[in-house]
Write a protein that binds this ligand. Structure first.
Ligand SMILES: Cc1cn([C@H]2C[C@H](O)[C@@H](COP(=O)(O)OP(=O)(O)O[C@H]3O[C@H](C)C(=O)[C@H](O)[C@H]3O)O2)c(=O)[nH]c1=O
Length: 187
């Protein structure tokens, strides 16, 4: 397993090994001991799986507020997505900045999105299946988000607001400037 730091502290690309042979492949997609050896100590309690049937489906930008804030380990088992993490920790030197990483069944990359970051993605082809582990349970009362196309965040999505397929909930999310983030940056 390889880990690659990004320009946002704590947002890490993970590249598990994939052993191919004439039958196909085998991959340990998560190994707690290997994660801890890489300094990633996470206690996942829930696995999620979403299917987005159309290209240019956008889900996000979401986060759960404390006490149900979640670290997320995101991967793609079918198709490809542009996966985005936005630093929403008040006082962070990278507050409001984001990273965007292509995750796909082909590149087998994962993205670790820590507590304090909003998360979202746009599908780059049809029938994308996204699997992700989270470190806290779903808590609808703590579910929150920021509008995916907020110009103050400035994510270079491969789709315009007119073309994107989004949920009614996501279409109505507030702009970054109109929220008070529940996360503080701790040095
Ligand atoms: C997140 C979640 C949802 N649900 C139920 C609630 C709704 O009835 C249905 C769809 O939920 P939602 O529209 O919030 O799903 P997404 O738009 O894919 O949201 C997710 O997508 C972005 C990219 C994320 O990072 C979050 O994990 C998550 O917010 O699943 C559950 O039962 N458990 C859950 O953990």
């Amino acid at each position: 397993m390889k880990t690659i730091k990004t320009e946002l502290e704590g947002v890490v690309i993970v590249e598990p090994q994939r052993f191919g042979d004439h039958r196909g492949f085998f991959s340990e997609t998560y190994n707690k001991a290997r994660f801890e050896a890489a300094g990633l100590t996470l206690d996942f309690v829930q696995d999620n799986h979403s299917l987005s049937q159309e290209v240019h489906t956008v889900r996000g930008l979401h986060y759960q507020s404390p006490p149900f804030a979640q670290d997320k380990l995101v991967r793609v088992i079918r198709g490809s997505i542009l996966d985005v993490a936005v630093d929403i920790r008040r006082g962070s030197p990278t507050y409001g900045r984001h990273v965007a990483v292509e995750l796909s069944a082909d590149n087998w990359r994962q993205l670790l999105v820590p507590v304090g970051f909003a998360h979202g993605f746009c599908t780059l082809e049809q029938d994308c299946e996204v699997i992700y582990k989270v470190t806290n349970y779903y808590a609808p009362e703590c579910d929150a988000g920021i509008h995916w196309c907020d110009p103050d965040i400035g994510i270079a999505w491969p789709v315009t607001t007119g073309q994107a397929i989004v949920s009614q909930k996501d279409a109505g999310l507030p702009l970054f400037g109109d929220i008070v983030s529940p996360f503080d940056y701790d040095e």
